[in-house]
Design a protein around this ligand. Structure first.
Ligand code: SF4
Ligand code: SF4
Ligand code: SF4
Ligand code: FES
Length: 944
């Protein structure tokens, strides 16, 4: 990281060529039109004093510290708001300016506590820096006048404090909340001397604030400060790394004091986040040192035995011996492994290598099976590769944005902020979702169309959209003729033109008014650059793969693919779900999505690995479970996944795990799956890992160790030792050597190395000889498969139907403050916002069942039942209920069923027929009294 990268140039860079030449303090500089004088000065190393300006926010011009003189002009304009002009001669340091600036600083300091030496931000405070920069030595006005020094503190937020006595009312926090985060939680209340920063309600925790930290980042004083900085002191060094929560893949500087992490600061040059963050990556990292971390290996003969703590050597040899014994008795195919989308590419690569080369079979699968496997299948069929088509920045050039089956403000918050900024600039929005998610209506953002479909009818909706495009001749014929298989298009166009796919014919099934659907289709086809962003609401269905292909068809038919601003973009759930798929985690694919039956590819790996490989696909996760129950599958290695909680139909999963002769869990905590384990191998948190993650835009980011592995070993080392103990030697001196092996065997990664990532920051695959700097946008001149392929997508309703016994549809999702099964976030202060899973239910359905707000209910399906509290809201339509699955105590997957996607077995989490009953206590009252936080009662978008 160079100093310039961290340098704050005061105002944002302007796009375009550097055509405007001027002189600043005698130095010549050329910059793009619209650049501020302050920014131009910064580029030639001149720091104009500033307080209200920062280069992540539009210029505001309130502090008057940045005054300059311009030859031939009267006055002293603010350099942050004054744009450059050709031929200008600017002076930033003159006796007159110095006097003016000292005067401004005097006023600020006279109303500021004089506690610099004991202030938490001492040495990291712009006010302090500027006082020094302008040479302020004394304050003539004294400190006895009217001031704000007794203003109260707001410490309600678990992660940061607001000390109003230190506020200089520069508005940077307010503007950060608006411009960067898009939440509009803060205002400047009052006027003149009484001006003050105010969160909407009484305090930060009670306000709309989603705790993203943008205001803390923007604050030039210690007014908004991380509590860890207050406790531990200002950090002294930093390590650049990548967030381990969602598929946005934000870059952070882990800032440390000694060996202790003080704070995580979003990195301005991060390709995915450009300096922004959400509450999880910014603040919820404390789980890494949580007291419940298991740091030593443990074994036991039977799951009813107590755990026995052992050394690494014994754990490895014990595990290898039992695996070998099982294979000797039950055959080579009786064991397998599951890779983790939380782990690095390198860690995943060695696991699939161990399974294929040391276990000798292809019984390897990944948690992507239960989330985005239909994306891999559907996009490969139509475009030729299993990944999203754009970088995140592409949305800045979209005119129409379609969000379908995704809740980005909760699940992909940093991308959602970027998307909302584009929407505030005027892009149109189509939301297709059974729930009224926050993006449908939030401050300054409102969907043009919200197609509130019935869960399970995605394919009917996408077909109806395509029907309108074809039958109203909104097709981009030139694109189709040049870029797509003509016969496939003709066949598809005839198929989709059938009356049965019209909006009018499908309205009764989908619940979407035909007129709205037609209007949305016209907008998508004719509104300019149209981009599709989708999530698990698309994939986790019995027709998940069909739906992905339907979206691909729609983009090709309208020419919305292959340039900036358009595309088909899966919003990946876990941090490295893209990478775990890329690394060959599927039982039918070697790294780079190449089928195991492809002789040439298999021979390449056989040569590299020195072992014959099986050409038959192995078992998928559901097949492993079925095999375990049937007695043919005996041992499972589980890397960093809590399948007992995250996979559907918990009873079946638990039965499968209970049947295993050997279950090996490699994880941070003793999770639900570990209850069935015979071997526990402690894993490493992201702060200890050394490797790479690949985010939803195919961006490969470095994950650098911030601390030594607390368990004593990197996870890939443990896997290599296990494979070696089984008789297949696997040795690497460093994780960079694993990446070198990935690059040498996988064409899309051929140009990737740790050295390149250190030099460039990140690259998006394909990165190879043809694209040495990576590929932000895919399919520009041609599709990866050559011509784009239209695929017929008949709508086949799910077998999961409501009936008199189970009359409601349950759909599931995520929430901002929690992550997946909550193993990490539940061990942080994030529980302040979401202490339990709640069941959202429409007022009508609640009333019919006597369900009270906050009252306990029983949620039952034909698979099982669980209990949780109800939240009555019209976010969900009548007939639909919704919950999250972040808390094991709820075990929401007890009720989900065995139905899955026809092509990939991705579970149908999003449609389960259920009944909801108010839980009646023996005494007759409906459950214990609610202890829900007040905010849950309010039907407002908030951090929940
Ligand atoms: S932390 Fe809260 S108040 Fe601050 S920018 Fe984020 S949402 Fe706005
Ligand atoms: S809290 Fe910080 S950023 Fe906000 S107005 Fe006060 S000093 Fe400026
Ligand atoms: S948006 Fe995702 S990657 Fe970024 S900080 Fe939040 S959880 Fe981490
Ligand atoms: S920095 Fe220019 S007016 Fe504040």
């Amino acid at each position: 990281m160079t100093l310039l990268e961290d340098h704050d140039l005061g105002t944002p860079a302007q796009p375009g060529p550097a055509t405007v030449g001027l002189e600043i303090d005698g130095l010549a500089v050329s910059v793009p039109e619209g650049t501020s004088i302050m920014h131009a000065a910064g580029l030639v190393g001149i720091d104009v004093p500033k307080l209200c300006a920062t280069d992540s926010l539009a210029a505001f011009g309130s502090c008057r510290l940045c005054l300059v003189e311009i030859d031939g002009r009267r006055g002293t304009p603010a350099s942050c708001t004054m744009p450059v002009e050709a031929g200008m001669k600017v002076s930033t340091q003159t006796p007159r300016l110095e006097k003016l600036r000292r005067g401004v600083m005097e006023l600020y300091i006279s109303d500021h506590p004089l506690d610099c030496l004991t202030c938490a931000a001492n040495g990291d405070c712009e006010l302090q820096d500027m006082a020094g920069a302008v040479g302020l030595r004394e304050v003539r006005y004294g400190y006895a006048g009217e001031n704000h020094l007794d203003a109260s503190k707001d410490e309600s937020n678990p992660y940061f404090a607001f000390d109003a006595s230190k506020c200089i009312v520069c508005s940077r926090c307010v503007r950060a909340c608006e411009e960067i985060q898009g939440t509009f939680a803060l205002t400047i209340a009052g006027r003149g001397f009484d001006s003050r920063v105010a969160p909407g309600n009484s305090n930060f925790l009670g306000s709309e604030c989603v705790s993203c930290g943008a205001c803390v980042q923007a604050c030039p004083t210690a007014t908004l400060e991380e509590k860890t900085v207050i406790t531990l002191g200002v950090p002294r060094r930093s390590v650049l790394t990548t967030c381990a929560y969602c598929g946005v893949g934000c870059s952070f500087k882990a800032e440390l004091r000694g060996d202790e992490v003080v704070r995580m600061v979003p990195y301005k040059q991060g390709g995915a986040n450009e300096g922004h963050s959400c509450v999880k990556g910014r603040f919820a990292w404390g789980y890494a040192t949580h007291k419940e971390r298991v740091l030593t290996p443990m074994v036991r003969e039977a799951i009813t035995d107590p755990w026995r703590v052992v050394g690494w050597e014994e754990a490895i040899s014990y595990t290898a011996d039992r695996l070998k014994s099982i294979q000797a008795r039950h055959g080579i195919a009786a064991i397998g492994g599951i890779t983790s989308s939380r782990c690095t590419n390198e860690e995943v690569f060695v696991v699939q290598k161990m399974v294929r080369a040391a276990f000798g079979n292809n019984n390897v699968d990944t948690c992507a099976r239960v989330c985005h496997s239909p994306t891999g299948f559907g996009l490969k069929q139509t475009f030729g590769t299993s990944a999203g088509t754009q970088d995140f920045r592409s949305v800045d050039e979209s005119d129409v944005i379609v969000v379908i089956g995704a809740n980005p403000t909760e699940a992909h918050p940093v991308f959602a902020s970027r998307m909302k900024r584009r929407l505030r600039q005027g892009a149109k929005l189509i939301v297709i979702d059974p729930r009224r998610t926050e993006i449908v209506r939030s401050p300054h953002v409102e969907a043009d169309y919200h197609l509130q479909l019935q869960p399970g009818t995605n394919v009917a909706v996408v077909n109806a959209l395509a029907h309108v495009v074809v039958t109203e001749d909104l097709v981009d014929h030139r694109f189709v003729a040049e870029r797509c298989e003509p016969e496939d298009f003709d066949t598809w166009a005839a198929f989709i033109s059938a009356q049965e796919y019209s909006p009018e014919a499908t309205e009764a099934v989908t619940g979407v008014p035909a007129a709205d659907l037609r209007a949305a289709a016209r907008l998508y086809a004719t509104g300019g650059n149209a981009a599709i962003y989708y999530g698990l609401g698309v994939t986790e269905h019995s027709q998940g793969s069909t739906m992905v292909m339907g979206l691909a068809n729609l983009s090709m038919a309208t020419g919305n693919i292959g340039r900036r601003g358009v595309g088909v973009n899966p919003l990946r759930g876990q941090n490295n779900v893209q990478g775990s798929c890329d690394m060959g985690s599927f039982p039918h694919e070697l790294p780079g999505y190449r089928h195991v039956s492809d002789d040439a590819v298999r021979h390449l790996f056989e040569e590299t690995w020195g072992r014959p490989l099986d050409k038959e696909p192995g078992l998928r996760i559901p097949n492993m479970f079925d095999g375990a129950v049937e007695g043919t599958f005996k041992a499972l290695y589980v890397q960093g996944e809590d399948i007992a909680q995250s996979d559907p139909n918990t009873h079946h999963v638990q039965a499968a795990l209970a049947h295993l002769e050997l279950c090996i869990v490699q994880d941070l905590f003793l999770n639900e799956t570990a209850k069935f384990a015979h071997v526990f191998l402690p894993g490493t948190s992201f702060l200890e890992k050394d490797g790479t993650f690949t985010n939803a835009e195919r961006r490969i980011n470095r994950v650098r160790p911030v601390m030594a592995p607390r368990n004593g070993k990197q996870e890939w080392q443990v896997v290599c030792e296990l494979a070696t103990a089984m008789g297949y030697p696997m040795h690497y001196r460093a994780s960079s050597e694993i990446m070198d092996e990935i690059a040498s065997t996988t064409p899309t990664f051929a140009g990737v190395s740790f050295a390149k990532l250190d030099a460039l920051g990140s690259v998006q695959w394909p990165c190879n000889e043809a694209a040495p700097l990576g590929t932000p946008i895919m399919h520009i001149d041609k599709f990866v498969r050559g011509k784009g392929r239209f695929v017929e997508t008949p709508f086949i309703p799910t077998d999961e139907r409501t009936n008199r016994r189970y009359p409601l549809i349950l759909t599931t999702g995520r929430i901002l403050s929690q992550y997946n099964v909550g193993a990490q976030t539940r061990r942080t202060e994030n529980v302040a916002w979401h202490p339990e899973d709640l069941l959202e239910i429409h007022p009508y359905d609640a009333d019919e069942r006597g369900v009270a707000e906050g009252g306990w209910v029983t949620l039952a399906s034909r698979s099982g039942e669980t209990e949780l509290r109800a939240h009555i809201t019209n976010r969900v339509p009548q007939g639909v209920v919704y919950t999250t699955f972040h808390h094991p105590v709820t075990g929401a997957n007890v009720v989900t069923t065995e139905y899955s996607d026809w092509a990939t077995n991705c579970p149908e989490y999003k449609v389960t027929a259920v009944q909801v009953r108010a839980r009646v206590h023996v005494g007759g009252s409906a459950g214990p009294p609610s202890v829900l936080p007040d905010r849950v009662d309010a039907d407002v978008p908030a951090l929940r």
